[in-house]
Design a protein around this ligand. Structure first.
Ligand SMILES: [Zn+2]
Length: 371
């Protein structure tokens, strides 16, 4: 992974590059950024730059022997650790190294969901077990094979549990020329004992513009790219998922559901909920459908305020004028509030069927409100 392959993040890239050029590499670092922020890709780019034997200004060369192995994630001195599903107590993460390399190559901005999908883990709970911690200690004890620096990138140390304390000595006093990079999403879920021993590097969320530009470069069309970037909420992976899941037609589903609520067509609403509530539809899709809805409602209000030229996008699934005609400031503010609550509950793993049934009843009621 080259720095230039990761969109944006100019400041943090400069900071990382400077630390290497000035030989101020801290041996234990914590890259902290929300899911889809590119923190894992950044850690790989950083380690690749550290070991590149022919660095160019501000990036790895991409061509030296070290870079070529790094690009394929097969360098013998590049180690990974990540949450996985242990079938036996002695299983370690390298059991899944083939799947890991494939997943990370295909989804450099992946979150836990993409990784669990790659493992076909369904609802099993991943973790980083004690056998893995012992294996890390073993892997890092040997001298580097060919690189100057041996690097271990641990993704999602949140999944360590107290077994992580086994690693404290290693993090505090790693063998010479060993770099430990932890890539985390949630600061408060990491063991304090680990936090106190690492240098913090914050990776910001991507801006809408950065996500949009990246989606355009992947062949997305302009209107859709702007919409997905807005919905992605700073996560590049979420933007890519929206783009590749177009066949799920989240916008059509939302508009269909909204129309049914307006017509108070209870039985059909139940039928639609049977379609979107199951786990197979996915929580991300459920949330995105509703977040899309929030945007549509806001656009309708803008339309009503005769400012239709500033509306962000067009749609083939509905006419904004028709939908806007049933909304006003009064009922829309209630509906927005109810949808936001539903998103909140879905994020916290509430039963999706109950959330959608409840939301439907609320929205049917909201739509009856007069100015
Ligand atoms: Zn190189």
């Amino acid at each position: 992974m080259l720095f230039k392959e990761i969109p944006g993040h100019t400041e943090v890239k400069e900071r990382l590059i400077r630390s290497i050029n000035e030989e101020r590499v801290s041996h234990a670092q914590l890259f902290l950024g929300q899911s889809g922020s590119g923190s894992l890709a950044m850690a790989v780019a950083y380690a690749q730059y550290l070991n590149c034997t022919n660095r160019i200004e501000n990036d790895s060369c991409g061509e030296c022997s070290s870079c070529r192995k790094y690009q394929k994630l097969i360098h013998p001195d590049l180690h990974f650790s990540y949450p996985f599903i242990a079938k036996k107590a002695e299983d370690v993460s390298t059991v899944y190294i083939k799947e890991w390399r494939e997943a990370l190559t295909k989804h450099p901005y992946m979150g836990l969901q993409e990784w669990m999908d790659a493992l076909e883990a369904e609802n099993k709970q991943p973790n980083i077990n004690i056998a893995e911690c012992h294996d890390i200690i073993k892997r890092l004890t040997y001298k580097a094979y060919e690189a100057e620096y041996k690097v271990l990138i641990m993704w999602l140390p949140e999944y360590l549990g107290v077994t992580g304390n086994t690693l404290l000595k290693l993090i505090e006093e790693p063998p010479e020329k060993t770099l430990f990079i932890l890539v985390a999403e949630q600061y408060d879920q990491i063991l304090n004992t680990i936090l106190s021993r690492t240098q913090l590097i914050k990776i910001n969320r991507f801006s809408d513009e950065e996500i949009k530009a990246h989606l355009l470069s992947l062949g997305c069309e302009e209107h859709a790219a702007a919409r997905y970037a807005y919905l992605a909420d700073g996560s590049m992976q979420a933007g890519i998922n929206l783009m590749s899941q177009e066949e799920n037609n989240l916008e059509e589903l939302f508009v269909q559901w909204f129309r049914l609520c307006y017509g108070k067509r209870g039985i059909e609403i139940q039928g639609l909920i049977e379609q979107i509530a199951p786990a197979s539809f996915g929580r991300e899709n459920q949330k995105n459908m509703l977040r899309f809805g929030l945007q549509v409602i806001r656009d309708c209000l803008t339309h009503n305020a005769s400012a239709s030229e500033i509306i962000r996008f067009e749609s083939k699934h509905f006419e904004i004028a028709k939908m806007a005609s049933i909304l006003n400031m009064e009922n829309a503010s209630y509906i927005i509030d109810d949808i936001e609550k539903a998103i909140y509950h879905i994020e916290r793993n509430a039963n999706a069927k109950i959330v959608f049934l409840d939301l439907s009843v609320q929205v049917m009621r909201d739509l009856q409100r007069k100015m």
